[in-house]
Write a protein that binds this ligand. Sequence first.
Ligand code: AP5
Ligand code: MG
Length: 211
Amino acid sequence: MNDLKLVLIGPPGSGKGTQASRLKEKFGIPHVSSGDVLRSEVARGTDFGKQIKGFMDRGEIGPVELITSVVLDFIDRECPNGFLLDGFPRTLYQARKLDETRGVTAALYISVPEDIIVKRITGRRTCKACGAIFHVLTSPPKKEGICDACGGELMRRSDDNEETALNRIRVYKNETVPVLDFYREKGLLRTIDGDGTTDEIFSRIIEAIGQ
Ligand code: AP5
Ligand code: MG
């Protein structure tokens, strides 16, 4: 099962990271979140990280060719067989580049109404150490501020304020929605109703990929 090549597409806060960790557990395929790859560059203070920080804080896409080559190199290094991509491809340019080098088994589009995603984003907490995802209302940690999985400190992402979240939604509509058509035309798009509990959405994904 570890040669599945899946991409998860959806607006900010739609649950890509949450579902990716469940899929990774079930199928043992490596999960690549382009946002996590880029946040780690920013946290390490690399030249590339310094170049992209402002774009990320504003919820913009930034230097797309450079970012695409960094993420594709990461995928090449970490995913010799299958992969589970989350947040990539995010533009038509990225979808075409991925298509040139590797096919995908399915593109899973998690569809969630806008009023729900803003609530999900503003209540999210993420573990600094292992990246586990929580929500203050819908999936709170057992002990406030502490990760259930590894005991690490929970934080709020710097782009998880309402103003940046609304800009991320705008960018998603302009840049990422065309990627849905790209996969639809190839017959690879599977639309998942992303309104429901995480268990319900996970079952819908499993059904959609026929596993
Ligand atoms: P990225 O990190 O990809 O952020 P995003 O696309 O905005 O998506 P999020 O991570 O915010 O949401 P998610 O869908 O993973 O939801 P989650 O599972 O956490 O990108 C960040 C930035 O990096 C971009 O703005 C850009 O600047 C840059 N970037 C990234 N990729 C790039 C690329 N390819 N090219 C160029 N730039 C790039 O869930 C959200 C919350 O909801 C959590 O609290 C969770 O607990 C909760 N939740 C999840 N599911 C449910 C449910 N069913 N019911 C209730 N609550 C739920
Ligand atoms: Mg995410």
